[in-house]
Design a protein around this ligand. Structure first.
Ligand code: ATP
Length: 124
């Protein structure tokens, strides 16, 4: 069954000009210059595989192609480092990047999982 955001009783987007949504407000409070500098530093450290993933994902973002990527790798191989570099790149361009995750340990885990699956359009 198709879900729309209102089914999850959350509001990702502000409903007035004061941007009352916390997620959006936080996204608008980055020190862009500082973030751009640290993102550049991180980018220059990426290994070949991270660079390839970065390029592919950022190209999709810049072309607005709504692609889905699955980054896999053993623990400690730099997935989080890659995510943070990607998030920094998007945010330092003044755009909004929301990182979401589902956790089995939260009281509302089923709802989070359903939301994450809807968001990622992943079928079990
Ligand atoms: N290209 C890189 N240059 C410098 N440090 C890096 C790079 N990639 C990863 N690291 C560092 O290596 C460590 C492990 O990386 P990271 O936490 O991103 O791995 P991970 O794949 O997300 O691990 P896990 O799956 O266990 O969460 C971190 O300290 C991170 O800062």
């Amino acid at each position: 069954m198709e879900k729309i955001l209102v089914n999850f009783q959350i509001c990702l987007f502000p409903n007035n000009e004061q941007n009352t949504n916390r997620l959006i407000r936080e996204e608008q409070q980055y020190e862009i210059e500082e973030l751009a500098k640290s993102t550049e530093d991180n980018f220059s450290c990426l290994n070949i595989d991270q660079q390839a993933a970065f390029k592919k994902i950022i190209t999709a973002v810049e072309n607005n192609t709504s692609d889905i990527f699955f980054v896999d790798g053993p623990g400690g191989t730099g997935k989080t480092f890659l995510y943070n570099t990607l998030l920094g790149k998007v945010r330092s361009n003044g755009d909004i990047a929301l990182a979401v995750a589902s956790s089995e340990n939260q009281p509302d885990a089923a709802e989070q999982k359903e939301f994450a699956e809807w968001l990622l359009k992943v079928e079990e």
